[in-house]
Design a binder for this molecule. Structure first.
Ligand code: PGA
Length: 640
């Protein structure tokens, strides 16, 4: 995919390579790191690596560890400097970057300990300035950084250089941006626990590295990447300063690249093959930009907005408008399981069999409800055989306080049951653990299991609202999740097998899943890949050949109508029912008070997304609904 002409990349001010999968990208980057280390070894010199933390580089580090273990790549001549560290966290704190680096990287490689540098989060406040200057001196003394690995935050930060950071800023103490703290809230089990300050290399420090490599995966990074890569150099987007570096390259996946002009508006950057999908995309964009219904677009609108070729090649605005209007119209259906006894030639779902077996996968409790609670309810009401499968228990996302509440409830219940001494001692152990544990201590297996039970209870209550009875709700508790923790998940064949066996047992006519654009290391991203792998294994089975696989939208952003293959409208009453269903996942409400539009609960976001999709259809001149849930067909060629 990286073979597009330079004409297509004309808007990009940083060289950008786009990969179908992050695996391909990290292999390439790890390969160039390995080459550098080898060359330097041959010269008797060290290689100086600038390292980053976060979810993004995890796969790169796994590949480096693999090169070390399987291919004998030695890191004995490597010196490392990390970009940043939370201020106030000790090296042993599970969320400190030092700890992250030990667990993910340093414990597995032969880098001499004295060659490793991570800013110290415990330097006394009065010594921070001198400490930061010393950090810079050490970089210079090591010969400067040869390759600096970078991630990008949704705030546009590199390192912890938040909006407002100057292009010539140096290593220093900084306050973290609100968005950064919110993105870290899950790791810290609540935004209030996220440190407010950090020590970071400056933008100027970073720009002095000989080579910069920016990695980014998943659609949540798409908007900020567009600003960094195509926008002006400006301190509100510190990553845009990377445009100044003569040897900087972005390695990103397709989901992260989707807002770059060459993907968003391909027709603006050179000749294109006008496929039906691209035509739909161009016309929906045109109508949306001009705020006009599709059927009222004129020849001039096309011509004046870079779409003259479309008119030339395919006739007139009139015929194009009608064609796309009809296509959009045909995506709308109140019959997500197919409409029995109806002509289905222009419907997204076939009419037969009238009663379908439907398998819905939710990565964690709440994900599928956010994306498709209304549709689930409809499928159930239309008498389809729905099986709703939660792939993971979600026990890592359960705040201690919710567990305390459940324990208090159980204690009360068991008070008048003196005979149940076993149950009581288990409760006593859990109570004891909850009393003693610090906010970041890992939960014991018993506490994790208990937290999972609470999430399951919430899930069952929410399914009850949708009319699903307990026999239709399954919890797969995939091992990758139960054995892992955030950023350290490792899936195996065992996970794929569990999903495959379930599919083979149910032999569904329809499958619903999510996560195709998610960050690949996230629960949603991993779950998506596992289901797709399992379905591949079923590929030759008769039921699979006839099975429609649908992707539902995550809470991340509303989909544009051009991306939607099936739009299921919700009435006001159905939207209210959906919200009722979502509220039952009470442990997942945000732990911080509502603060402006950037914050808010996930259910609020889902409601906004569903409403805004309906409004978008309305603005394009289609019917005006209260809300719409969005789906698109999964294509087998999509990356896993
Ligand atoms: P992430 O963070 O990899 O966890 O998304 C990137 C960054 O903030 O630099």
């Amino acid at each position: 995919m990286d073979s597009l002409s330079s004409e297509a990349e004309q808007y990009e001010r940083i060289g950008t390579a786009v990969f179908q999968s992050s695996d391909d990208a990290v292999r390439l980057v790890a390969g160039s790191i390995a080459r550098l280390i080898g060359e330097r070894r041959a010269e008797g010199r060290t290689a100086v690596l600038g390292l980053a933390t976060g979810s993004t580089p995890v796969k790169l580090y796994r590949e480096l560890v693999r090169l070390h273990n399987d291919e004998g790549l030695s890191f004995a001549n490597v010196v490392t400097f990390n970009l940043d560290e939370y201020y106030g966290l000790s090296p042993h704190h599970p969320e400190s970057y030092r700890y992250f680096m030990q667990v993910q990287v340093f414990n597995h490689l032969d880098i001499p300990p004295e060659n490793i540098h991570v800013p110290d989060g415990l330097v006394p406040r009065s010594e921070v300035f001198g400490y930061c200057q010393e950090y810079e001196r050490k970089i210079v003394a090591a010969g400067g950084i040869d390759i600096q690995i970078l991630g990008i935050g949704r705030s546009g930060h590199i390192g912890f250089n938040e909006p407002g950071s100057a292009v010539d800023s140096r290593t220093r103490m900084v306050a973290l941006d609100r968005l950064t703290r919110r993105d870290a809230a899950r790791d810290f089990r609540g935004e209030e626990n996220v440190p407010a300050y950090a020590i970071t290399m400056g933008v100027g420090t970073i720009l002095e590295a000989k080579e910069l490599v920016l990695l980014a995966w998943g659609e949540s990074k798409a908007a900020i990447l567009r600003e960094a890569i195509e926008g002006p150099q400006i301190d509100t987007v510190p990553a845009s300063f990377l445009q100044r570096h003569p040897n900087c390259r972005c390695y990103i996946d397709e989901a992260a690249a989707r807002e770059l002009t060459r993907f968003r508006s391909r027709w603006k950057v050179g000749p294109v093959d006008w496929t039906p999908l691209l035509i739909r995309k161009a016309i929906v964009s045109l109508a949306s930009d001009l705020n006009k219904p599709v059927l009222r677009l004129r020849d001039e609108d096309y011509a004046e907005n870079g779409l003259a070729t479309l008119i030339l090649e395919t006739g007139s605005a009139y015929s194009l408008n009608i064609r796309v209007f009809n296509e959009l119209q045909h995506t709308i259906t109140g019959w997500p399981g197919g409409k029995p006894n109806a002509d289905d030639s222009n419907r997204p779902v076939p009419a037969v069999p009238a009663q379908k077996r439907v398998l819905v996968f939710g990565p964690e409790p709440l994900d599928a409800e956010l994306g498709m609670a209304g549709t689930l309810h409809r499928l159930r009401r239309h008498q389809h055989e729905v099986t709703f499968v939660y792939l993971t228990s979600g026990n890592l996302g359960m705040p201690d306080n919710e567990a305390r509440m459940a324990i208090s409830l159980l204690n009360e219940l068991s008070a008048d049951r003196p005979a149940d001494s076993q149950g009581k001692s288990r409760l006593a152990q859990l109570t004891d653990e909850l009393e003693k544990k610090a906010p970041f201590d890992e939960d014991s297996p018993a506490l994790r299991q208990f937290k999972g039970v609470i999430r399951k209870a919430e899930a069952r209550a929410s399914c009850h609202v949708l009319g699903l009875d307990p026999s239709q709700v399954l919890f797969l508790d995939l091992p990758f999740y139960e054995k892992g923790r955030y950023r350290q998940f490792k899936s195996t064949d065992e996970d794929v097998t569990a999903i495959r066996q379930l599919c083979q047992r149910i032999q569904p006519h329809q499958i619903y899943l999510t996560g195709s654009g998610a960050e690949p290391g996230s629960v949603s991203g991993i779950s998506f890949r596992l289901v797709v792998l399992a379905l591949k294994e079923c590929g030759l089975e008769t039921w699979m050949k006839a099975c429609q696989v649908w992707l539902y939208a995550s809470g991340e952003r509303p989909w544009s109508p051009h991306e939607i293959d099936m739009a299921v409208p919700l009435s006001p009453a159905e939207l209210a029912l959906k919200l009722d269903c979502l509220y039952h996942h009470r442990s997942q409400r945000s732990q911080t008070p509502f603060l402006g539009t950037q914050s808010g609960e996930s259910w609020q976001q889902a409601e906004n997304n569903n409403r805004s999709t309906a409004q978008h259809y309305d603005r394009l001149g289609l019917a005006e609904y209260e809300a719409i849930e969005s789906f698109r067909r999964h294509k087998e060629s999509e990356a896993v």
